[in-house]
Write a new protein. Structure first.
Lengths: 854, 83
């Protein structure tokens, strides 16, 4: 044991048992894992990642480059620094050689997040930070004081966040901090308290009292366990009552290490020698088995080497203010050659940095030598001065490039101790230019993904939207798919049916009898106002102002570049009132599109848009017997084809419910879409289901819907289109008005590129083998043999299904000049085989449209 | 995380807004009168200055109104906001 009998702030009345690398040890409450390991004489914590050299404890804080551990219990966590892990009973940890292991079991802990607004945020609870917080609080300001250590109490009137590391500083004084709430309690952590909490803080003013990091010196063997920052040894003595060694050499470039020497000597550590570069002396070598046992000292000017027995080599290369957050805030840093350290040099954000003038800098960084292969600059990444010289020798000039070439500063510690040394080595190699640092980026210390995710995981990751009829689908065994945020019934297997069998059965019902589907998820937008018709004429490619109230028209929306981005129906409810439907996933985007044009280009138009998606539940009633079912439910409604023609709507009473019935078909069959207020969705569905029983009514899901529409060549936006497809490419020139002087996208249709004859067209594909199902995404080429790369691809499969109605498989595809290739043979290379297919028109089922009226 | 002052709702986090690119790119009076090159310029070519930039934002998660912001692209400082 090297525990001092009295020094330190640890609570000696509470011994703590822990295990490290399989050995049982004891420490005290208030220890870190690092201080407890040092107190137990453990010098080596792990090995380095690349060279496998022994690594010990180097610092006493979050700047630690080497003491990296894996926590095993209470819950596995990789890559923590022993200097920041608070000791608790039952802690089990092991040393790492570079890389940790993630837990293989779910994390039972909670994580949460808090938003805070404050007048002043003070980062760092040392004397300067406390004074700043106190002064600010006295003015009546709301003050938050955050400190990464287990601080017990803050000044009066200040909200203290202990064990809280501010990890990110963003625009407009927005800061992110991680508070460790129960980690230090181990197994005793109450399960209802979040383990870590993410603080998102907007501060009127920020005071950074983040102190300083001591810098190492590059010399031969400076990575050996037992080499430690001088200030860290003071911390171990004063905070933890731990002597970091018995006999020490102190190697310094500045005055600050003398205090360490004096205080350690007073505590019983023998100081073998103080080596000060300002007196022309330097450490030139370190010997030892794993840790330091002999320190070699020689004059910088050359001369005899002296050897000192020592188990501790304290190093001080001067101090650097911890300017990470200041730099993240956009603050400029400047290396002051006189002070030998970086200083804050102005920031546009409302931030002050408290500079501790008592901590000296230095401009001595690297002990000259013949061989720089053990002059480490980054102890975690195993980067030496020799590596930096390799980089500059290879022509790299910028410290940013050297960082990427050598990996210096890219470890968990992000170069807190190595950054300045790397930069100094670059300067030494190239001569002259100013000492620079690589850009500081968040986070200041590593943050776990669990903390960032907080409660937004699993079911809470994204809202789940379900229709009014959802519970019925669940009760009837539907399997679901996600469409946008919506859960849609995909198919309803009966008994042990697989999906193809269920879809075959559902398709047959829709084509030969009657079937029903929940279509409530389609986006619905009402557009009202005196100029509603004129407004829609400007956005849709076809004319909508000529629509009579009571009628419905199919329409598509294109971006100004002429590319189709949504389609749906437009029903005219009254002279000044329209109801648009959108695709399920695009409802919000279409509403935003309408609003954008209304607000930014045509604010004079009297048109107003409202989403009514969740006001209407929609049941699609499909199939040759659908009229019979509807007639039995709506005795007041004239349902024959002449009285209620295709693409019209009627207000009526269906199953006793006020309903809007539309004659719309997405399957090619006689079909109705019955809309009732959302609240009555299940009532309507159940009534339709009951009324359809004599006809064998069958519920169907989105998979069957896809097959039915694909057999008719109806494209799905986002599946058969991808933002590079015009209505003409889809063979829908008929939906593009030639009469309207303008609409959004019109001018683009006469661009050279959009009028090329070899654009990709939507066509049907029939595999020669009637059972071969092409994978969606399969590429198409002109020859059976795949030519050498680059292979001239003619297009790709966008939709592909087996079809009961066609008695074969089929596909839709976007094919270069596809409409001119109808009847031609193409080939789909599928890795180990090539599938021959014949190009067909996109409408494979009932091309004359005979089934529409039942 | 920018703090953007919505002209209707007041200062809110950037995450509530949707970015709309360069402002004042007016829809041409008569697109059919434009050459392909002029039309392509309207569609695709936008300014990308280093310094003050007038751009559109929409308060998507709030009032859903579009408005104009002048932002210094070097510092992210918002110099002006207007309806």
């Amino acid at each position: 044991m090297t525990r001092h009998p009295t020094a330190g702030l640890v609570d000696r009345s509470v011994p703590v048992g822990f295990r490290f690398d399989g050995q049982e040890y004891r420490g005290y409450r208030g220890d870190t894992l690092a201080s407890a390991l040092l107190a137990n004489g453990v010098r080596q914590v792990g090995t380095s990642v690349r060279l496998g050299r022994p690594r010990g404890i180097y610092s006493a804080g979050s700047e630690e480059p080497t003491g990296v551990v894996q926590i095993e219990e209470p819950f596995p966590e990789p890559m923590l620094t022993a200097t920041t892990v608070e000791l608790h009973d039952g802690l089990v940890a092991s040393g790492l050689s570079g890389r940790g292991r993630l837990a293989t079991t779910p994390d039972p802990a909670r994580y949460d997040a808090v938003y805070a607004h404050t007048d002043v945020l003070v980062v760092g609870g040392g004397p300067a930070g406390v004074a700043a917080a106190e002064a600010a609080a006295r003015t009546g300001a709301r003050v938050i004081l955050a400190d990464e250590h287990p601080v017990a109490a803050g000044p009066t009137g200040v909200r203290l966040l202990a064990r809280t590391t501010v990890v990110g500083y963003y625009d407009d004084n927005y800061l992110v901090a991680v508070q460790r709430r129960t980690n230090h309690l181990g197994a005793a952590a109450p399960p209802h308290v979040a383990r870590e909490r993410l603080w998102r803080i907007r501060a009127g003013r920020v005071v950074l009292a983040t102190g300083a990091h001591e810098r190492p010196i590059a010399f031969a063997g400076n990575d050996r366990p037992g080499v430690m920052l001088a200030g860290a040894a003071r911390t171990y003595l004063h905070r933890y009552g731990v002597l970091a060694g018995r006999r020490a050499v102190v190697f310094t470039t500045n005055d600050s290490a003398y205090a360490a020497a004096r205080e350690l000597a007073g505590a019983g550590v023998e100081i073998a020698e103080i080596v000060d570069t300002r007196q022309g002396q330097a450490v030139v070598g370190v010997e030892g088995d794993t840790g330091v046992s002999t320190v070699e000292v020689a004059p910088l000017a050359g001369g005899a080497t002296r050897r000192y027995d020592a188990d501790l080599l304290l190093v001080s290369g001067g101090w650097n203010p911890v300017l990470h957050l200041y730099s993240q805030a956009g603050g400029r840093l400047r290396f002051d050659e006189e002070l030998g350290r970086f200083v804050p040099d102005g920031c546009r954000q409302a931030v002050s940095f408290v500079l501790d003038e008592s901590l000296p800098g230095s401009t001595f960084f690297v002990v000259p030598a013949e061989d720089y292969r053990t002059h480490f600059v980054d102890l975690q990444r195993d980067v030496t001065v020799a590596d930096v010289l390799d980089a500059t020798g290879a022509g790299l000039r910028s410290v940013e490039h050297v960082k990427r070439y050598t990996t210096a500063g890219t470890a968990h510690d992000q170069g807190k101790t190595s950054g300045v040394l790397t930069s100094a080595a670059v300067r030494q190699a190239l001569g002259g230019h100013a000492l620079g640092l690589t850009t500081f980026r968040p986070p200041y210390t590593p943050v776990s993904f669990a903390t960032l995710a907080g409660r937004d995981r699993g079911r809470c990751f994204d809202p789940v939207r379900v229709t009014a009829i959802h519970d019925w689908h669940v009760a009837h065994g539907a399997l679901f798919e996600n469409v946008g945020q919506w859960q849609r019934a995909r198919y309803y297997p009966v008994a042990a049916e697989d999906m193809p069998a269920a879809v075959r059965r559902e398709c047959r019902a829709a084509r030969e009898g009657v079937a029903l589907m929940d279509a409530s998820t389609l986006g619905k937008i009402e557009v009202q106002g005196a100029d509603a018709a004129a407004f829609l004429d400007r956005l849709y490619t076809n004319v909508l102002s000529s629509l009579r109230p009571g009628a419905i028209r199919y329409g598509v929306l294109c971006h100004a570049d002429g590319m189709l981005f949504d389609d749906g129906t437009v029903a005219r409810l009254a002279e000044d009132r329209f109801l648009l439907t959108t695709t399920t996933g695009n409802a919000a985007a279409v509403l935003e599109w309408l609003e954008e044009w209304l607000q930014t280009e045509w604010p004079h138009l009297r048109a107003y848009c409202t989403s009514v998606t969740e006001q209407w539940a929609t049941v699609a009633l499909v199939g040759p017997r659908s009229r019979d079912v509807l007639r039995s439910l709506a005795p007041d409604l004239a349902v024959d084809a002449a009285a209620f023609p295709f693409m019209t709507w009627r207000d009526s009473t269906v199953a006793g419910l006020a309903a809007r019935v539309c004659r719309i078909s997405f399957s090619g069959e006689l079909a109705y879409e019955i809309n009732v207020p959302w609240w009555y969705g299940t009532a309507l569905w159940e009534a339709v289901y009951a009324a359809g029983q004599p006809f064998g009514i069958t519920p169907y899901g989105t998979e069957t819907m896809h097959v039915l529409r694909a057999e008719k060549g109806y494209p799905i936006v986002g599946q058969d289109t991808d933002g590079t497809v015009t209505p003409h490419d889809l063979g829908m020139a008929w939906v593009v008005s030639k009469k309207k002087p303008d609409f959004v996208g019109k001018r683009s249709f006469s661009r050279v590129d959009t009028s090329r004859p070899d654009r990709r067209h939507l066509v049907g594909l029939l595999p020669d083998d009637r059972t071969t199902l092409l994978p969606e995404g399969a590429h198409l080429i002109a020859t059976r043999d795949v030519p050498p790369p680059p292979v001239p691809a003619l297009g790709h499969v966008t939709s592909s299904y087996p079809s009961a109605a066609l008695g074969r498989t089929f596909a839709l595809a976007l094919v270069k000049g596809g409409r001119d290739r109808i009847g031609q043979r193409l080939y789909a290379p599928l890795g180990d085989r090539v599938v021959p297919v014949t190009v067909a028109g996109p409408v494979l089922y009932d091309p004359e449209g005979a089934r529409r009226d039942g | 995380m920018l703090l953007i002052r919505c002209p209707w709702c007041g200062p809110r986090d950037e995450a509530e807004y949707h970015y709309g690119g360069q402002a004042h790119v007016a829809y041409p009076e008569d697109p059919s009168a434009l050459t392909d090159e002029e039309w392509a310029r309207y569609l695709f070519v936008r300014a990308n200055p280093e310094g003050p930039f007038t751009e559109r934002w929409c308060h998507t998660a709030g009032c859903r109104r579009w408005f104009t912001v002048v932002r210094d692209t070097r510092t992210n400082e918002i110099l002006a906001v207007s309806r």
